[in-house]
Ligand binder design. Structure first.
Ligand code: PEP
Ligand code: MN
Length: 373
């Protein structure tokens, strides 16, 4: 059972103390207090664990400070939406706000290869007003003989250049607990010129020990990719592992599902699930058009498939776009064939702006119909 308290309920107030004293007196029931930061308000939620079936909803609702009471049958206790939950959940990291209403582009290298390419990419991002990027240092590869990423060796120059070009957040995959420590060490050495959004890749969606580690630390938000061969429910439960350990700054990424039915795309594009994840959870939803499509094929209208599917995700309300770019795709050590070119960045941004505007118009249209009804 979750007690959602009235906004900004003061913990020092007599009412709050009264409520806690009452909850303490319930035998066989323990409490866990969580704070949820909304756009304008901070909300306190008290999770009651144990034999809560005997508690009456109406009585619990009559307790001081309590605004709403939710019986949680659903699996996603922290990240899920419960009942008529319309509280606007959001979090901020390095001055960038993430929620189900915002939209950020994380364009960058699938894998860091040379300092020169990192610098070319970041310079282009700055020219076009971008403050977020992706830079892979630890690469999970199908073959053990493929390039595995430069690992911690590249972190000093990646972070230094991020500072130089005003990059506030870098999405970076981690495949082992030790990578989080290496990133923290390198950030400290560099004087924290930027932030890192820890990425859990599709191969590690159900690496529960890694999830627990990323969930226990509170510094970095986490971008968790949907597992490419498991159900949506299983992937959302994986995200819940992060939150259950204490880190609810979680973004959920769709990146296509592994099936030959998606051919000639690398994966079956699943961006129709953007609104589904919005409905089931409070998480901002990211789309990764590069790993979904996997090529630079274009249709007769001249639009690349990568851009078509990006627009499809954005028009459905996506909140983040994670996308591969490379200044010299033929020299890229990972995923060159699907990379967009730096000179395509303004086109990509404008195409996204058009799709976003269409989404906002669709949303306004529905609201005006609802208001009239
Ligand atoms: C990536 O984003 O670089 C990546 C490896 O993606 P995924 O885990 O979705 O395959
Ligand atoms: Mn890749």
């Amino acid at each position: 059972m979750i007690l959602i308290l009235k906004p900004d309920a003061e913990h020092s107030s007599a009412d709050y103390q009264l409520l806690i004293r009452y909850l303490d007196s319930l035998s066989g029931i323990t409490q866990k207090v969580r704070h949820v930061q909304g756009t304008e308000q901070r909300l306190t939620e008290i999770y009651l664990l144990g034999d809560t079936a005997r508690l009456s909803l109406n009585f619990m609702k009559s307790l001081p400070c309590v605004r709403r009471v939710v019986r949680v049958q659903e699996a996603y206790r922290v990240l899920g939406r419960h009942g008529q939950d319309d509280f606007p959940y959001s979090f901020e990291y390095k001055g960038v706000r993430f929620d189900q209403d915002s939209l950020h582009i994380f364009a960058g290298l699938c894998a860091v290869d040379t300092r020169e390419h990192v610098e070319m990419m970041m310079r282009t991002l700055k020219q076009h007003g971008q403050v977020c990027t992706r830079m892979g240092a630890y690469k999970p590869r199908t073959s053990p003989y493929s390039f595995q990423g430069h690992g911690k060796v590249c972190l000093p120059y990646v972070f230094e250049l991020a500072g130089k070009y005003g990059i506030r957040i870098i999405a970076m995959e981690v495949t082992h607990e030790s990578h989080i420590a290496e990133i923290d060490e390198a950030l400290t050495q560099a004087g924290h010129p930027t932030g890192v959004l820890l990425q859990i890749g599709t191969r590690n969606t159900q690496n529960f020990e890694l999830l627990k580690c990323a969930g226990r630390q509170q510094e970095h938000p986490v971008l968790i990719k949907r597992g490419f061969g498991i159900t949506l429910n299983e992937s959302l439960n994986a995200a819940e592992y992060l939150a259950s350990e204490g880190n609810s700054k979680v973004i959920f990424a769709l990146r296509g599902m592994k099936t030959n039915l998606g051919d000639p795309h690398r994966n079956m594009v699943d961006f129709s699930h953007v609104p589904v994840v919005h409905r089931l959870t409070r998480m901002p939803v990211c789309i990764d058009p590069s790993h979904s499509v996997g090529s630079r094929h274009k249709s007769p209208d001249g639009i690349l498939d990568v851009m078509h599917v990006t627009a499809q995700g954005v028009i459905a309300g996506a909140n983040m776009v994670l996308v591969d770019f490379h200044p010299r795709p033929s020299k890229a050590l990972v995923d060159g064939p699907q990379a967009l070119l730096p000179e395509e960045l303004p086109l990509f941004i404008e195409d996204i702006r058009i799709a976003r505007e269409a989404y906002e118009k669709r949303r306004a249209l529905v609201r005006s119909y609802q208001a009239a009804a």
